[in-house]
Design a protein around this ligand. Structure first.
Ligand code: SF4
Ligand code: SF4
Length: 324
């Protein structure tokens, strides 16, 4: 696989600094039941990296001490981590909003049959990848049979009350383009998704998040192989809006890897660009228990244009719905 970091580091990006920390995003491991073409994590069933119980304990201590409002759990398939349910229960007991980045097909993996009921019982917000409402496109990007399994997963969640305004059980979907293009306007695409998934499959959901593909990991490598890396970076750079700099997720979030090491965001984690603190080039979450990182400079490079191009992209989708 081509490493895109040396290319991205040559591309200047405006300097940005951290604001108040409200979200802790933890990557609890790279193992996944799928191995999607565009996965920015490079996750697959063969990856073995997994957050330990000791690191999970540090996560919970950090949440408590820093009064973190949101715990965003990602992977791989985060639910495959042995400590996933313990983390969810402990965080919810502390009144923390918990988000699970769920691939929907995980519900059909042996041993995960009770997962939807568990998530509903804990009132976990589900953020689910659904790169298209057309079967061919989803199966091409995520693997054969993934579309049908995802539909079954959404229907199970709906049956539990997910995706309806009156239940408080939030189900949001994530869209990313099939190729090296910017995502279409979020509100219009959300309306299309609601119409097609509702009419054809009786599925309801709350919001659709549109995200640009990051030129890193498998997608970045594919761009290099096809000779499309420079043109995609040009596309992102030309669509950059300074106004989006205030809303990038790294201002209020830190990303923690399976070892407990800290990054400014999940993308930086995948590029192995750690958060730095003074002379400390690699910071463990346990070192931040008594530290305040407001104002700390954020590690930026060319991939950051993926967050500021056009309507912008964050873990909550487009930054500027007004741009729609
Ligand atoms: S389901 Fe998500 S984590 Fe798993 S391979 Fe696909 S994109 Fe990566
Ligand atoms: S990729 Fe996006 S979230 Fe990550 S550091 Fe760059 S601007 Fe921030």
């Amino acid at each position: 696989m081509h490493d895109t970091l040396p290319l991205l580091e040559q591309i200047p990006f405006p300097a940005i600094r951290r604001g108040r920390l409200d979200t802790l995003q933890i990557n609890v491991g790279y193992r996944c039941n799928q191995s999607c073409v565009h996965c920015h994590v490079g996750a697959s069933p063969h990856r073995t990296e997994e957050m330990s119980g000791a690191v999970a304990d540090v996560v919970l201590e950090f949440i408590e001490r820093k009064r973190i409002a949101t715990l965003d759990i990602t992977g791989g398939a985060p639910e495959l981590n042995a400590h996933f349910r313990r983390l969810v229960i402990a965080a919810r007991d502390r009144g923390v909003r918990v988000m699970d980045r769920c691939n929907l097909t995980i519900f059909e993996v042996e041993g995960q049959e009770s997962l939807p009921e568990f998530l509903a019982g804990q009132q976990v917000e589900i953020v689910a990848s659904m790169p298209c409402y057309l079967e061919d496109n989803v199966d091409r990007q995520r693997g054969k049979g993934v579309f049908d399994a995802s539909i079954r997963g959404l229907q199970r969640l709906n049956a539990l009350g997910y995706g309806r305004d009156d239940t408080g059980l939030v189900l949001n979907l994530v869209y990313n383009p099939q190729g090296p293009s910017l995502p279409p306007p979020q509100a219009a695409l959300e309306a299309d998704y609601k119409r097609v998934l509702g009419d054809h499959y009786g599925i309801a959901f709350n919001r659709l998040y549109t995200l640009a593909n990051m030129p890193i990991q498998r997608f970045g490598s594919m761009l290099v192989s096809k000779g499309e890396f420079d043109s995609y970076l040009d596309l992102l750079r030309h669509a950059h809006l300074d106004a989006n700099l205030d809303g990038v997720m790294c201002r209020n979030l830190i990303s923690v890897d399976w070892r407990g090491l800290v990054y400014d965001c999940d993308f930086n984690q995948m590029l192995d660009l750690p958060l730095t603190r003074g002379a400390n080039q690699r910071v463990h979450l346990s070192e931040l228990l008594d530290d305040d990182i407001v104002g700390n400079p954020i590690r930026v490079a060319g991939h950051c244009f993926g967050c500021t191009a056009g309507q912008g992209s964050s873990c909550g989708g487009a930054l500027k719905e007004a741009a729609e």
